[in-house]
Design a protein around this ligand. Structure first.
Ligand SMILES: NC(=O)c1ccc[n+]([C@@H]2O[C@H](COP(=O)([O-])OP(=O)(O)OC[C@H]3O[C@@H](n4cnc5c(N)ncnc54)[C@H](OP(=O)(O)O)[C@@H]3O)[C@@H](O)[C@H]2O)c1
Ligand SMILES: *[C@@H]1O[C@H](CO)[C@@H](O)[C@H](O)[C@H]1NC(C)=O
Length: 241
């Protein structure tokens, strides 16, 4: 009898773990998005591409913001085919370059009238530095998106109600921010071992959450709302992180 209880207990624990951390929540909304414009960063593969397909299927105009032209064009073709929508556009964005972020924003603001949803999805789990000498994970996962969001904010206010979604990770729970280090080392969080990379990634994902909280506060009353999330675990390129 006790063994049966134990087995049942373990089964329930595994189920809860799976639902909580692996499967994540599921979106049951049937909302259509005709007339809405959406940007998804890092949408040539993985979660970003799947998101782009879903939003295009719902009628949104979807801008794939990608760093690589060839991979980006291939993704546009796939998103168009899978969604059955022709309203899918590629724009170049390399979040590891603040110059590129600025030029993306300029191009976007010139050519697009509105921005209803910004999805800050791109993410890296790798060591290195950005063009501006920032740590790669800090620079791409947080700072690049921070600048991008700020440059697009006025247009989002004009398009309100609009929303900013930043894809974080459950690993933000393991992150912390050393503000002294942040002041003195642009490369915030360096180190080569896998455990260092894991930690720095977690810090960058905590930045995503804190940024969302602070921005949400600042935007109260504007009808621009902010969200961060853990997408669930998927075997994409950024395996299980
Ligand atoms: N997969 C998971 O289980 C999991 C769990 C928790 C959180 N997340 C988060 O979910 C998000 C998407 O992850 P994923 O699993 O879909 O990863 P992925 O398959 O590796 O895709 C990452 C995307 O980000 C792009 N990217 C990387 N560096 C960039 C840069 N400098 N400028 C612009 N785009 C850049 C990549 O472009 P390239 O193809 O050119 O490299 C790719 O399109 C990330 O923020 C990740 O942290 C994922
Ligand atoms: C926010 O949305 C509500 C409901 O649609 C509207 O009444 C209000 O005027 C909006 N506020 C701003 C600042 O746009």
């Amino acid at each position: 009898m006790n063994e049966l209880l134990l087995i049942a207990g373990i089964f329930i624990a595994v189920l809860i773990f799976f639902r909580q951390f692996v499967r994540g929540a599921q979106c049951k909304s049937k909302t259509k998005l005709h007339g809405k414009t959406v940007i998804v960063t890092g949408s040539n593969t993985g979660i970003g591409k799947a998101t782009a397909v879903e939003l295009a299927m719902r009628g949104a105009r979807v801008i794939l913001a990608c760093r690589n032209q060839v991979r980006g064009e291939a993704a546009v073709a796939v998103v168009k085919r899978e969604s059955g929508s022709k309203n899918v556009v590629l724009m170049h964005l390399d979040l590891a370059s603040l110059k590129s972020v600025r030029s993306f924003a300029q191009t976007f603001l010139k050519s697009e009238e509105r921005l209803d949803i910004l999805i800050n999805n791109a993410g890296v789990f790798a060591q290195g530095t950005t063009e501006d000498g920032l740590g790669l994970m800090f620079g791409v996962n947080h700072i690049g998106h921070f600048l991008l969001t700020n440059l697009l904010l006025e247009r989002m206010k004009e398009s309100a109600p609009s929303r900013i979604v930043t894809v974080s990770s459950n690993l933000h729970n393991l992150g912390n921010l050393d503000l002294d280090c942040l002041r003195t080392h642009k490369e915030f969080g360096m180190g080569d071992s896998l455990i260092d990379i894991f930690k720095i990634y977690s810090h960058s994902k905590l930045c995503n959450v804190l940024f969302t909280h602070e921005l949400a506060k600042k935007l109260q009353g504007t009808n621009v709302t902010c969200y961060s999330l853990h997408p669930g675990l998927y075997l994409t390129n950024a395996i299980l992180v």
